[in-house]
Design a protein around this ligand. Structure first.
Ligand SMILES: Cc1cn([C@H]2C[C@H](O)[C@@H](COP(=O)(O)O)O2)c(=O)[nH]c1=O
Ligand SMILES: [Mg+2]
Length: 210
């Protein structure tokens, strides 16, 4: 006879463009440092890497300036929050049978990025959450049920990651082709609750069937 096994739904939540607004801060810093240079408004951002679009649009001098901004000390600590992200993630983690972890790809070319990411989590979510922070280049290696991430394609050494990737809408991906993947459009309209409930139902079905 089928047995009920109390398993939790493990949800990985990305940082840049899911919890913290990398693109908004990058553009604000670029405009304040170089008020006379042309820039790409967020409504026109396409493709994951801002540097690539600046290289292609205005030349590599402009792309290098963009890169220098996000490599500078303090950049990652000072990122603003994506609206309502902290409240939503805490509420999600408090849901019965849900366990949230933060999963982010650090920039190893920036000396301070790792500690700044941990600082950001401590400042916005609290000390306890630093222990839930996974900093890894290859997210396919992490075993979880859901990954909420703005990068439309997530690939790595594991060709069949356990998690289902939900694409979090960001300026750079709003026109990207995402195939069969689900989207989450933000943290403010409460749609994340239905999304997590759907995954929870699926988990309960699987628990009963196994
Ligand atoms: C847009 C953009 C991002 N990056 C870097 C910054 C972070 O280290 C990663 C993104 O991490 P995530 O966990 O996938 O959110 O990419 C960059 O180097 N250049 C860019 O334009
Ligand atoms: Mg991201």
């Amino acid at each position: 006879m089928a047995q009920w096994r109390k398993e939790t739904l493990r949800v990985l939540v990305d940082m840049d463009m899911v919890l913290c607004d990398f693109e908004h801060h990058l553009l604000a810093e670029f405009r304040s440092k170089y008020p006379n240079l042309p820039y790409i408004p967020l409504s026109k951002r396409r493709g994951f890497y801002a540097k690539d679009q600046y290289d292609k649009t205005f030349g590599s001098n402009s792309g290098d300036k963009i890169m220098k901004i996000y490599r500078d000390a303090g950049f990652f600590t000072n990122l603003p929050e994506i609206p309502n992200a902290v409240k939503a993630v805490k509420e999600m983690n408090d849901m019965n049978l849900v366990d949230v972890y933060i999963c982010s790809s650090p920039m190893f070319s920036c000396n301070t990025c790792l500690t700044e990411k941990a600082n950001w989590i401590e400042n916005y979510l609290g000390h306890r959450w630093v222990e839930k922070l996974i900093l890894i280049k290859d997210k396919t290696l992490i075993n979880a049920d859901v990954l909420i991430d703005d990068r439309p394609e997530i690939t790595g050494a594991n060709k069949a990651p356990h998690w289902e990737h939900v694409v979090f809408t960001a300026c750079h991906n709003s026109f990207s082709e995402i195939g069969q993947k689900r989207r989450l459009s933000g943290w403010t309209d409460g749609s994340w609750r239905e999304l997590i409930s759907t995954f929870l139902k699926q988990l309960q079905i699987n628990n009963v069937e196994s």
